[in-house]
Ligand binder design. Structure first.
Ligand code: NAP
Ligand code: GCO
Length: 293
């Protein structure tokens, strides 16, 4: 089978030995981006970014396993996946509870199979001025956004080692690099998550496990809805306008913007990418910001 690089993109489709393009066949090169026969656990994926990543993984051939914090959300998620023609496996599990996580992974390995891909997506944020924040509130954010990725990664790595490969993707943030008012706990957690990503990459790379991060910019999900509320006078939220000015793409991200990067980092195409945080931010981190008109 010949794979040639022509301007018409023929390199992406297979050609038979007679040089005829075989319609619909995926070239050997493109198979590197396939997730066929892979089992992917995406935490907190009943909706939002996790749901979008999971649907992309299903499209790429993976079996989808997700958890959420209560049965109602899991059922909501199962229905949402079914609406997209995806038969997902949903489980109730609080990712901050090590016993629940260990039990979840054992049950998934028994009912579905050993996990090949983990996306540590579940997360919370509390927007409170630091000096008004209680230590308990700070701890709650660290618990979900940093301790939980440690707990879940620790639970799935042994299976990945047995299998001889694994992909761990931590959902970081602009706050892995930048601070801002009222998000001290979240920034501390996401900064720590960047370094946990690098450490997992360092410690388990020899087992053919790659651990990378995705750093979304400002994405339109329930988590950022308060920052985009239309004001009583019908104007856009000041923060909404601020983000538009800080983003070269001059728009909020959509969860769909994260799907391609997430598939890449979960596929064999990224087997030599390890310990990297891929920022999917429309250029925010590169940009000083649009000057006021
Ligand atoms: P979201 O809409 O708030 O969804 C977060 C999901 O995590 C929800 O399903 C939530 O369930 C679940 N979750 C929270 N705590 C949990 C726990 N202890 N155990 C299990 N599940 C739990 O957030 P999102 O915007 O999709 O964000 C997803 C991830 O991307 C988060 O890590 C967030 O920090 C990160 N991120 C978001 C943005 C953005 O602009 N949206 C940008 C950068 C990074 P509940 O409904 O019960 O809370
Ligand atoms: C905030 C936002 C951000 C985004 C995201 C940016 O209040 O600043 O919620 O933290 O969620 O993390 O990458």
């Amino acid at each position: 089978m010949i794979c040639c690089r022509q301007g018409n993109g023929a390199a992406w489709g297979g050609k038979d030995d007679a040089g005829r393009k075989e319609e619909g066949r995926m070239s050997d090169f493109m198979k590197k981006f396939s997730l066929d026969s892979r089992i992917a656990l995406i935490t907190g994926a009943s909706y939002g970014i996790g749901f979008a990543i999971a649907t992309a993984y299903a499209e790429a051939g993976a079996t989808i396993v997700f958890n959420d914090i209560n049965q109602e959300l899991v059922d909501q998620g199962l229905a949402a996946y079914e609406e997209k023609g995806i038969r997902a496996h949903g489980y109730v599990c609080d990712v901050t509870d090590e016993e629940q996580v260990q039990a979840l992974v054992a049950r998934v390995e028994k009912e579905v199979g050993v996990i090949d891909i983990l996306v540590n997506n579940a997360g919370i944020i509390k927007r409170i001025p630091m000096c008004d924040m209680t230590a308990e509130q700070f701890r709650q954010v660290i618990d979900v956004d940093l301790n939980a990725p440690f707990i879940v990664s620790k639970a799935v790595i042994p299976g990945m080692i047995r299998k001889g490969h694994g992909k761990i993707i931590n959902i970081c943030s602009m706050m892995s690099e930048l601070g801002r008012e009222t998000v001290s706990a979240y920034a501390a957690a996401k900064g720590g998550l960047k370094m946990l990503t690098r450490n997992i990459a360092s410690e388990y790379g020899e087992y053919n496990i790659q651990c990378n991060g995705i750093g979304p910019g400002y994405i339109a999900t329930p988590q950022t809805a308060p920052l985009r509320e239309i004001q009583p006078d019908g104007s856009r939220h000041p923060f909404d306008q601020f983000i538009i000015a800080k983003t070269p793409a001059a728009r909020w991200g959509e969860t769909a913007d994260l799907q391609g990067p997430a598939v890449f980092l979960a596929s064999e195409a990224s087997d030599f990418v390890n310990g990297h945080v891929l920022y999917v931010d429309g250029g925010i981190l590169a940009y000083i910001g649009r000057q006021p008109q």
